[in-house]
Design a protein around this ligand. Structure first.
Ligand SMILES: NC(=O)c1ccc[n+]([C@@H]2O[C@H](COP(=O)([O-])OP(=O)(O)OC[C@H]3O[C@@H](n4cnc5c(N)ncnc54)[C@H](O)[C@@H]3O)[C@@H](O)[C@H]2O)c1
Length: 385
């Protein structure tokens, strides 16, 4: 195979952005041969691709080798399973599914390992976070003791929720900031620090917007080795911040705005110094440094290229879809903990969570204020990280 023939399903904000990048020739080896959209917006988008309004027909058409799933979250599972079971390579937008039980079903459908199955965790290409992971994995930071990540720069207006029919509802989106914006951060979080053993969540629902889901969140997490973390997020705070702080044996690392890394390095590991010093108010000697990061990473295009190269050349995946269950489980656990007012031990029960979430969707009496969208795709492109 010289070129991967790709079908994109869901030509809303993200599907169009991917289409634009591929058509612009930014992903050598990848060619869009089919488009599938369930509302009648396809005719003005087509430039020779085969149009479909039914995704099953596109999957069975023989016109594509791979599918890029850019539909609302719940349908990632059903479309992904059908595509995998019918021999397609699959790249699924984040989150891979809305809840852990659906993730398990989707992952179980990936039986033919010759097919590539990846997730669009484009922030894994961010050079800053790659450097932080490298510093942790290489032992440069020493054992991580405490993490604080405030990621409140996901500001969204009420208009954003009001004009996106499926957004901001349990039935449509299956969650709020944790399910839509934070899959990126929660994925990086587990990628850098691993999965905690327990989660305690404090979510506020419709705190800043006319939504029924969470738009303001504080969570506490703990690991087997006693390390702890707080994770704070919101779509209602402006100006927000993105600040990650890591207290580790070898010092304190701060990442600001996802671009700048500051490291205050201890000369001796802090616990060793604590136990061995013979003065009551002594502090370990430390040195401050800025850690240079040379480029910002290829984001969505890099993930598309990696997916293509994995199919054509067997390149190792940057974001295997199987790993997408972790960010979903963290988001689910934070919500479940809030609803049940208790700490959730991980791994959590996927069946219990699924039952509660579906019930919330089915019994909801929430009505959105109806607003007709005026914003264009350019508005999305400008706001889009
Ligand atoms: N990776 C990123 O940075 C990023 C950014 C934004 C959105 N996303 C993800 O992309 C996905 C889509 O988000 P969006 O903002 O583009 O949503 P959107 O509402 O703008 O677009 C979704 C489109 O899918 C279509 N659709 C729904 N069901 C369909 C079906 N069965 N068959 C064909 N078309 C169908 C809808 O008509 C709509 O046009 C979500 O999972 C979201 O989390 C990822």
């Amino acid at each position: 195979m010289q070129n991967v023939r790709l079908g994109i399903v869901g030509l809303g904000n993200m599907g169009k952005a991917h289409l634009h990048n591929i058509r612009a020739g930014k992903v050598p080896g990848l060619r869009v041969t089919a488009l599938c959209e369930s509302v009648g917006t396809l005719p003005e988008l087509l430039e020779g691709e085969h149009p479909f309004t039914d995704v099953s027909q596109m999957i069975h058409s023989g016109r594509i080798d791979a599918i890029l799933i850019c539909t609302p979250h719940f349908s990632h599972t059903t479309i992904g399973i059908e595509a995998l079971q019918n021999g397609l390579h699959v790249l699924v937008e984040k989150p891979i599914s809305v809840h852990k039980a659906d993730c398990e079903r989707l992952i179980a459908a990936h039986t033919d390992k010759s097919k590539v199955f990846a997730a669009m965790f484009n922030m894994r290409t961010n050079a800053t976070f790659k450097k932080v992971k490298d510093l942790i994995d290489s032992g440069e930071l020493g054992e991580v003791r405490r993490v604080h990540w405030e990621v409140t720069n996901w500001f969204r207006t009420n208009y954003y929720y009001a004009t996106g029919g499926w957004r901001g509802t349990w039935k449509g989106e299956g969650g709020g900031v944790l399910m839509n914006q934070c899959p990126h951060n929660l994925d990086l979080f587990q990628w850098m620090f691993g999965m905690p053993k327990s989660v305690r969540g404090f979510c506020q629902f419709g705190r800043y917007h006319q939504v029924e889901v969470e738009d303001n969140v504080t969570a506490f997490m703990a690991w087997e080795n006693g390390a702890t973390a707080t994770f704070v997020t919101s779509t209602g705070e402006a100006p927000g911040a993105n600040r990650l702080e890591i207290a580790a044996e070898q010092g304190r690392l701060t990442v600001t705005d996802g671009t700048k890394i500051h490291f205050q390095r201890n000369r001796q590991p802090m616990s060793k110094f604590c136990m061995e010093a013979e003065a009551a108010f002594a502090m370990p000697e430390s040195w401050s440094m800025e850690i240079p990061v040379e480029q910002s990473g290829g984001q969505h295009v890099e993930i598309l290229q990696n997916f293509t190269n994995a199919i054509l050349k067997g390149e190792k995946l940057l974001s295997p879809a199987e790993q997408g269950i972790c960010s979903v489980e963290l988001a689910n656990a934070i919500l479940l903990s809030t609803w049940q007012d208790k700490t959730i031990e991980l791994p959590m029960s996927s069946a219990d969570y699924e039952r509660i979430l579906i019930e919330k969707g089915e019994t909801s009496t929430f009505q959105k204020t109806k607003v007709v969208a005026k914003a264009s795709a350019d508005d999305f492109a400008r706001s889009f990280r």
